[in-house]
Design a protein. Structure first.
Ligand SMILES: [Zn+2]
Ligand SMILES: [Zn+2]
Length: 264
């Protein structure tokens, strides 16, 4: 299987990095894609990808960091994005949820930074890995407006949540959909109206990719603890259960999808 979205560049992994990578491999995770959220963590993702054969990098500015950028951020990001083993621009997008650790960044600034990175991805021929929280309609509107600069395999919406309408629009635009460990949680997340199981049921298997968002969103029974790439297997098992297909088929299809999107 592939973990298409995790943050192993965060400090919480520093002490047992090699062990964690080994554990993932032994569990059946062939490829791990590590995602930056700022210039600093994007650079770290590139450095880690250079050190480990099965590790790739995605680089970009998360909407939470959109208001903390210096004037020359575009030049710096563009340079990082041209490094070896960079497979997409992400996580980029919009976030309208107010977190304890992060208030809502001015949506105008978020939008500008998102659109700038869509254009940059176009110039570098990279697909997109999109972050969306409570901003699905605006994201779809922006993607539609940029349809002519999206690659043929445009990328994916990571850690998907939202309405069936947003899901259908994303699929119509050619995007894949990422599901995480929170698909094992009971009930709806705050502000959501459709369960992740229902969203998964409405996504064809040839459009689903698996991810952990580690260190966040540990699946049951590890909920509350540190997440890590080996747990992507649990998400795969849950998807198999929801779609009433074998775990092996989920593994084969989602791995194929990830390799197609990211050209691995
Ligand atoms: Zn995200
Ligand atoms: Zn993330």
């Amino acid at each position: 299987m592939v973990d298409v979205h995790c943050h192993l560049n965060f400090k919480v992994f520093d002490n047992d990095f090699d062990g964690m990578i080994k554990k993932a491999k032994e569990a059946g995770v062939s490829t791990i894609i590590n995602v930056g959220t700022s210039l600093e963590t994007s650079l770290k993702a590139v450095e880690l990808a250079a050190k480990y054969k099965n590790l790739y990098a995605i680089v970009g500015i998360h909407p939470h960091h959109a208001d903390k950028l210096e004037e020359d951020w575009q030049d710096k990001l563009k340079k990082i994005a041209q490094s070896q083993k960079v497979v997409a621009m992400g996580e980029i997008g919009l976030d309208y949820y107010s977190y304890q650790s992060n208030g809502i960044v001015d949506p105008k600034i978020q939008r500008k930074v998102f659109e700038t990175q869509i254009q940059m991805a176009h110039e570098l021929s990279l697909p997109l890995q999109i972050h969306n929280r409570h901003a699905g309609e605006d994201i779809i509107e922006i993607l539609k407006a940029h349809k002519n600069v999206l690659p043929k395999a445009p990328g994916m919406l990571h850690c998907f949540a939202g309405s069936l309408d947003v899901l259908r629009s994303a699929l119509n635009l050619g995007f894949c959909i990422g599901f995480d460990g929170n698909i094992t949680y009971k009930g709806l997340a705050p502000g959501e109206t459709v369960s992740l199981s229902d969203l998964c049921r409405n996504t064809p298997i040839d459009r689903i990719v698996t991810e952990t968002d580690a260190p966040f969103l540990s699946p049951e029974p590890h909920r509350g603890g540190r997440n890590e790439p080996s747990y992507v297997i649990i998400t795969g098992a849950k998807i198999a259960e929801i779609k009433a297909i074998s775990q092996n088929e989920v593994d084969l299809k989602t791995t194929e999808n990830a390799k197609r999107i990211f050209n691995i």
